[in-house]
Design a protein around this ligand. Structure first.
Ligand code: CUA
Length: 340
């Protein structure tokens, strides 16, 4: 056993440390709020680590002393045990240490909590995120550029600019968490919560619903892209454009299937006849990184599979099976895949 422990030790360490980086890690902060949470976590780790080592040390010392006493001559009646004399001193020390540790942790949590609750002054980007079983509706409202548009399951944020995020829920309680940037914050039906994220590093991050909300809670992810202000402007300019009416007859056929097969009663495609509000807005579906709130990376094939049998990819989700023949399905996939 000892030999295998020695062999596995370095790998175990690598495995443990690997959890500290990546696109979904609270220990690899890419924004102000996540950095504050991470520093509180580090403080807690140090205090708890030192306490743990001290307890182990004193336990070992007590065992050693008790063994030595047992080996020595027996005490006569009325004689105090040598171990009992420093007991009061040790007790005072332990209580003092515990109170001091808890006090530092309490003050630390309070200060960080106040910092996180602070609304950023100035022209923050405004985004409203509504959680539904099991996807995210994302509405952008930019007071500086006077832009408004809706997307789903993805969030784009410009680097170095605070984003004020309004959080609501359409059905049950969910929780918004992008570990590298900040959170968690619950989304509660009938209530509006707020969260500010100030990203400081560009990259792709993964958000995840962090409150159990039903069968597909695990498949309720959010793709987060932190990009340069110019890339963000280009993206948002594109997103606010309505979808163009298809001129290709095959795409036009797909659009007719979309409307005729009742897809349009749940989904909206900006600029066209689809205005449904029950499911995700599909105006620029094919420009997204993933499908069905992170269930699969986006591709034409994944889209076709999803439409052919939505329950096999994400069992229990509210997307019904749409009866289409293979030709209609192909036209529908072509049309949706053209919504870049
Ligand atoms: Cu939404 Cu868990």
């Amino acid at each position: 056993i000892r030999r295998s422990l020695v062999a596995c030790g370095p790998w175990l360490l690598v495995w443990l440390l690997a959890g500290c980086a990546g696109a979904q890690s609270a220990l690899d902060p890419a924004g102000d709020q996540a950095a504050r949470t991470e520093s509180l976590w580090t403080l807690m780790l140090w205090i708890c680590g030192v306490m743990y080592l001290l307890v182990l040390l004193f336990l070992a010392a007590s065992i050693w002393r008790a063994r030595r006493r047992l080996a020595g001559p027996p005490l006569s009646q009325g004689q105090a045990s040598p171990a009992e004399r420093p007991l009061l001193r040790a007790l005072t020390g332990w209580v003092g240490l515990t109170v001091a540790g808890l006090l530092v942790l309490t003050v630390g949590s309070f200060v960080v909590d106040r910092q996180l609750a602070q609304a950023e002054a100035g022209q923050a980007l405004r985004v409203k995120v509504t959680a539904n079983q099991w996807w995210w509706k994302v509405e952008y409202e930019d007071p500086v550029a006077n832009r408004r548009f809706i997307t789903a399951n993805e969030l784009h944020l410009p680097v170095d600019r605070p984003a004020r995020i309004e959080l609501e829920a359409g059905d049950v309680i969910h929780s918004f968490w992008v570990p590298n940037l900040g959170g968690k914050q619950d989304l509660i039906p009938g209530r509006t919560n707020h969260l500010t994220l100030t990203p400081r590093r560009m990259g792709l991050f993964r958000g995840q619903c962090a409150e159990f909300c039903g069968l597909q809670h695990a498949n309720m992810a959010l793709d987060v892209t932190v990009e340069s202000p110019s890339a963000f402007t280009a993206w948002s300019e594109h997103q606010r454009q309505p979808a163009r009416a298809p001129s290709d007859p095959r795409l036009a056929r797909g659009r007719d299937v979309f409307v005729g097969a009742a897809c349009a009663s749940c989904h909206a495609v900006g600029g066209q006849t689809a205005m449904g509000q029950v499911g995700p807005d599909l105006t620029h579906l094919a420009s997204r990184r993933s499908l069905a709130a992170g269930a699969r990376p986006y591709s034409r094939g994944a889209l076709a599979g999803w439409l052919a049998d939505p329950q096999s990819l994400k069992p229990g989700n509210h997307m019904p099976y749409v009866a289409t023949n293979p030709d209609e399905l192909n036209a529908l996939v072509d049309y949706l895949d053209s919504l870049k």
